[in-house]
Design a protein. Sequence first.
Length: 149
Amino acid sequence: MIVRQMSEEDLPRVYAIALSSLDEYYLPEIFSFFLNQWPSGQLVACSVTGKVIGFICGSRLGPDRVGIALLAVEREGRCRGAGSELLAALRKRAVAEGAYTVQLEVRKENEAAIRFYKARGFIITEDLPVFYNNGGDGIRMIGATVQNS
């Protein structure tokens, strides 16, 4: 598997993965917005054949903080390290640009995602009632860009 910077050519595939993997609807333009806002914070994971199987969209939240706006891996490619590699690559990009904290929001009932992030050093810092468009509750999690292992 290869993790590389996202390009405009990747956007149709990234959007397809988002539609099939995420439970919130996003307009296709959001991916172009992220790509323009912080190009080095938009990454894709590719199979050995070059097919995009996952992506992470980061955003700059301040001089020393980045956010993870979206992270998705196609269902067939999950539990094979793509999500971990995307997260690690984003952390490296963030610290290289002077950011030392990563923040994200996740649905409160998404236990698999919460376990995933906790296993990678994130902690829950805040409850977010009625955070999602459908009224669902969220939680905010914070992690360091450099993980102590």
